[in-house]
Design a protein around this ligand. Structure first.
Ligand code: NAP
Length: 257
């Protein structure tokens, strides 16, 4: 298959829906074979058929990426199918709005494990072979919530700041070995985020003003297709209805900033 990523294998976590789904398709359009993983197999099977139709290969691996045994199996299956993974996209993530008074320790464990423990486990599984080969790319889908603390998102912000710090720290061991580390930090994106717990409501007109998943996927492709001597560390994005500002919480047109 032609494309800037022909001959490469990418792995996208949280590929079943939203940004991960759009990213898997965008990478496949660039010629990459894609390992797609999330917990819901039916999402992955539907996506795999779309990737196949583009002429790329998809490997479906249902997994909970916060679970070490699942990530070990994900790595084994990926290496068995494609030999190596060239591009890791740490995308899986969840969130819940609330305050310290209303959020629970179970919420903390769920959000931190899904967003950061998964990032640790997948990077631990896929980065050392990249270092050994002196080639690879690790891309984090963090958030503007990893750049500024935001009201009602204390746990989510903590996990997204954690990804930022982790990415900056591992860049020191990555770049001397020709492994590129990049962070994509989107603002509000029209996905299924928060539908599972009332943090966001399907059909809310606010969502129509957000980035589309495909917009964020383009940023991931941009990071994955840098020329050999360059790396993009961060793509900081905002939809046109949000300010850059920290702490304004609701950034929508007409709202007090
Ligand atoms: P989404 O539409 O809810 O998709 C999340 C994906 O992650 C789903 O496929 C889900 O599938 C998977 N997932 C959740 N928990 C998982 C687990 N334990 N193991 C494996 N897969 C898991 O959300 P999204 O908005 O695309 O979010 C993708 C990333 O973008 C997240 O890191 C999020 O923090 C970030 N982000 C989102 C926004 C936004 O406004 N939407 C803005 C900035 C950044 P299963 O439930 O089937 O496992």
């Amino acid at each position: 298959m032609d494309g800037r990523l022909a001959g490469k294998t990418a792995l996208v976590t949280g590929a079943g829906k939203g940004i991960g789904r759009a990213t898997a398709l965008a990478l496949a359009r660039e010629g990459a074979n894609v390992v797609i993983t999330s917990r819901t197999k039916s999402d992955l099977d539907t996506l795999a058929a779309e990737i196949d139709a583009l002429g790329a290969k998809a490997l479906v691996v249902p997994a909970d990426v916060s679970n070490e045994a699942d990530v070990d199996r994900l790595a084994q299956d990926s290496f068995a199918a494609f030999g190596q993974v060239d591009i890791l996209v740490n995308n899986a993530g969840v969130g819940k709005n609330g305050t310290v008074s209303t959020l629970t320790t179970a919420d903390y464990d769920w959000i931190m494990n899904t967003n950061m423990r998964s990032t640790w486990l997948c990077t631990k599984a896929f980065m050392p072979p990249m270092i050994e080969r002196k080639n690879g790319s690790i891309i984090f889908v963090s958030s503007v919530a990893g750049l500024n603390g935001l009201p009602n998102e204390p746990i989510y912000c903590a996990t997204k700041f954690a990804q930022m710090g982790f990415a900056q720290a591992i860049d020191y061991e990555a770049y001397p070995n020709n492994v590129k580390v990049s962070v994509v930090a989107p603002g509000g994106t029209n996905t299924n985020y928060g539908f599972y717990n009332g943090t966001r409501t399907p059909g809310d007109p606010m969502l129509e003003e957000f980035h589309e998943s495909e917009d964020v996927a383009e940023a991931v492709v941009f990071a994955a297709t840098q020329p050999p001597k360059s790396r993009v560390f961060m793509v900081w994005m905002r939809p046109m209805n949000e300010s850059l500002g920290a702490g304004s919480g609701v950034h929508f047109k007409g709202a007090a900033k």
